[in-house]
Design a protein around this ligand. Structure first.
Ligand code: NAD
Ligand code: MG
Length: 396
């Protein structure tokens, strides 16, 4: 009886992108609090071993792997556990559709769009890490959130920080928001030095331990550009009210400036478990084992304006948001292809922003109206980016 009552109080959660960096931090929090949470579904892209390991410890009802060819292996690995398994993109969406109170949307890239939307459409509380889906389909996503009554909680550390100090009932008194940026591993490098940077150097982020794609985005500062677009949708602000401030220590996670001159900020150690826990326990807070902030020990927090010449991706993203229409979706799709090419050593580091800039030259002003429009636009932009790549941007 007591056990049953406890079961009734447990929040059921699903993790989309469980095998990644954010997925892993989410799993840590769940494992530390088994009395508070039960797991409904887990998904992974290709990392079968990690998915199986997580399934054994988190004991979900359903596990999906995006890679269709791994179905038999997954089924074998989890046979006898009673866990249902499936494979393919539709299976990932099925995981998102399974009943659960709370869904972590932590698939990287536009691949997360349909699964995230599926969770939104059933009115779940969605903890959003997958910023690319708001970049590609922000207006549509936000409309779907309204229509379904879903709750969208920002997990990206900057947006989570703003969410914590953004006084919704005093919107009129908000002057602007300021997203902080670590500046990534190449802060202070010249463009000529950046030309030579390797994938190994680009993914070695000084403050955060993240997946490869977002690490490269941090190095180009496209990540901050994507975050400006993400913030515009989440907080319904236009581009001129979203500033970027370089703060290499990543202690102040972002700020909200009010018209009375007050600036509210959220601080903490750079550890994704803090923003994830905020979304997991929301509207309460939960205890975590995250290292406590000791400002006396850190002693120095420094700030500077971003160098727009060395980090052209930031201006490209701001420009795409300003232009609207198909620009943000094309920016995102091209960036995904460019980052992939860079990681495969097919494009120099500085070629990432160049490819995105080239792709944005010929974009239609017409905004996608439906999710199907976004998906066709995304596929088209990827094909165009590959064509641009093969026409000469590749490294010899
Ligand atoms: P990651 O690469 O470590 O993990 C990505 C996850 O997505 C993995 O589970 C992978 O298997 C899955 N995946 C990849 N391709 C897929 C596909 N085609 N279909 C289904 N699943 C697929 O990435 P991450 O660092 O955890 O980042 C995840 C998202 O969160 C990104 O959008 C990123 O921008 C955002 N984010 C990450 C951090 C961080 O600290 N890592 C911080 C803020 C925001
Ligand atoms: Mg961030």
């Amino acid at each position: 009886m007591a056990e049953k009552m406890q079961e009734q109080r447990r929040k059921s959660v699903s993790i989309l992108g469980a095998t990644g960096s954010v997925g892993g931090s989410t799993a840590d929090l769940l494992l530390a609090n088994p009395e508070l949470y039960s797991v409904s579904a887990l998904t992974g892209g290709r990392n079968l071993a990690r998915l199986v390991e997580l399934a054994h410890v988190l004991k979900p009802g359903f596990v999906a792997i995006a890679d269709q060819d791994r179905y038999a292996e997954l089924k074998n690995a989890l046979s006898g556990t009673g866990i249902e398994v499936a494979a393919g993109d539709a299976a990932v969406c099925e995981a998102a559709a399974r009943p659960s109170d709370w869904v972590m949307a932590a698939i990287v890239g536009c691949a997360g769009l349909l699964p995230t939307l599926t969770a939104v459409r059933r009115g779940a509380t969605v903890a959003l890490a997958n910023k690319e889906c708001l970049v590609s389909a922000g207006d549509i996503m936000m409309r779907e959130v309204q229509a379904s009554g879903a709750t969208l909680l920002p997990v990206d550390s900057e947006h989570n920080a703003i969410f914590q100090v953004f006084e919704q009932h005093r919107r009129k008194s908000i002057d602007k928001i300021v997203l902080t940026a670590s500046g990534g591993p190449f802060l202070g490098a010249t463009l000529a030095e950046m030309e030579q940077k390797t994938p190994e150097e680009a993914v070695a982020h000084p403050q955060w331990n993240m997946g490869a794609k977002i690490s490269v985005d941090s190095a180009t500062m496209m990540n901050k550009g994507l975050e400006v677009i993400e913030a515009a949708h989440l907080f319904d602000l236009d581009v001129d009210r979203i500033d970027v401030l370089v703060h290499p220590q990543s202690i102040i996670h972002s700020l909200v400036a009010y018209t009375d001159g007050s600036v509210l900020a959220q601080l903490g150690m750079p550890d994704m478990r803090t923003p994830i826990s905020y979304a997991l326990a929301w509207p309460e807070r939960m205890e975590t084992s995250v290292q406590r902030l000791d400002l006396a020990e850190i002693a120095n927090l420094t700030f500077s304006a971003p160098d727009m010449d060395c980090f052209p991706a930031l201006a490209l993203a701001r420009g795409a948001l300003r232009s609207g229409g198909a620009h943000p979706a094309v920016l995102n799709a091209t960036n995904e292809i460019a980052v992939e090419a860079f990681l495969r050593k097919k494009l120099p580091f500085t070629g990432i922003a160049e490819l995105v800039s080239d792709a944005l030259q010929t974009v239609s002003a017409r905004a996608p109206q439906t999710i199907d429009d976004v998906i066709s636009l995304d596929l088209e932009a990827r094909a165009d980016a590959r064509a641009l790549l093969s026409r000469g941007r590749a490294v010899a």
